[in-house]
Design a protein around this ligand. Structure first.
Ligand code: FMN
Length: 229
């Protein structure tokens, strides 16, 4: 298993909207990589491990850089405010991270066949971006983790795409030209990267899951460059 990517803050770099993009043939400035936001929620680390692999794929594409961000947990009652800085892992995302990104990888554990509430809660705070069209035309990909193999990975990935489509994002998946998609006995789907993390198995991301997650990050970064971000 690879230790993948940096979680620390990066300087924010603005990416232009689709309507403001230069010609698709124009190369990005060498000193100004396009930031691809890897935005995830993870309570126990399985989804975060996948986020690191996706970030590795993004960072492997010259001209792009992964910006890892997470979201705070939510509670049914307002008991405890989240600490201003997470005790570990990536910093909390702000709307400006979405506004400035050249592409987005969105990850959540599966909860009852759907994304986890903290991620949905964050997405529900993005209506100003929806109104301004800030994300329209930017590429996006999704990833998830489950504790059972048939416990809803594909349902979660597909439902995570819905808010991104409302935002006008262009979805990137995994093609079957990736051989691991056919041979995997764990996670990895054409709809996005996934990780099967059975309880108490002590098993990390498998080789197939890792290669597919890296490939997804690479495809997302390449799509952002092709779109001229
Ligand atoms: C409330 C809740 C609902 C869950 N629902 C599902 C489910 O529908 N299918 C499944 O396979 N796993 C389910 N799980 C297990 C998590 O998806 C799994 O443990 C995941 O790997 C956790 O990711 P994390 O380590 O990034 O937090 C659920 C866990 C919780 C707490």
């Amino acid at each position: 298993m690879l230790a993948c990517c940096r979680h620390g803050p990066r300087p924010n770099r603005a990416a232009p909207r689709l309507s403001q993009l230069p010609s698709p043939t124009a190369a990005p400035a060498a000193d100004r990589p396009v930031d691809i936001l890897v935005l995830y929620y993870s309570r126990n680390g399985a989804t975060r491990a996948l986020a690191d692999c996706i970030a590795q794929g993004i960072d492997a594409v010259p001209g792009t850089a992964a910006r890892l961000r997470t979201v705070p947990p939510v509670s049914a009652t307002v008991e405890v405010a989240a600490p201003p800085v997470p005790p570990s892992g990536a910093p909390y995302a702000e709307l400006v991270d979405l506004e400035q990104c050249g592409g987005l990888a969105l990850g959540s554990p599966t909860r009852f066949g759907n994304m986890a509430a903290p991620m949905k809660h964050f997405l529900d705070s993005t209506s100003t971006l929806w109104l301004s069209g800030a994300l329209a035309g930017k590429p996006a990909a999704v990833f998830t983790s489950t504790s059972s193999l048939h416990g809803g990975q594909e349902a979660t990935l597909l439902s995570m795409m819905l808010p991104l489509l409302h935002q006008g994002m262009l979805l990137v998946g995994l093609p079957y030209t990736e051989p691991d998609l056919t041979t995997t006995r764990s996670g990895g789907t054409p709809y996005g990267a996934s990780h099967y993390a059975p309880h108490n198995a002590g098993r990390g991301v498998t080789d197939e899951e890792r290669r597919l997650a890296v490939a997804l990050g690479r495809r997302l970064a390449q799509a952002a460059l092709k779109l001229g971000a």
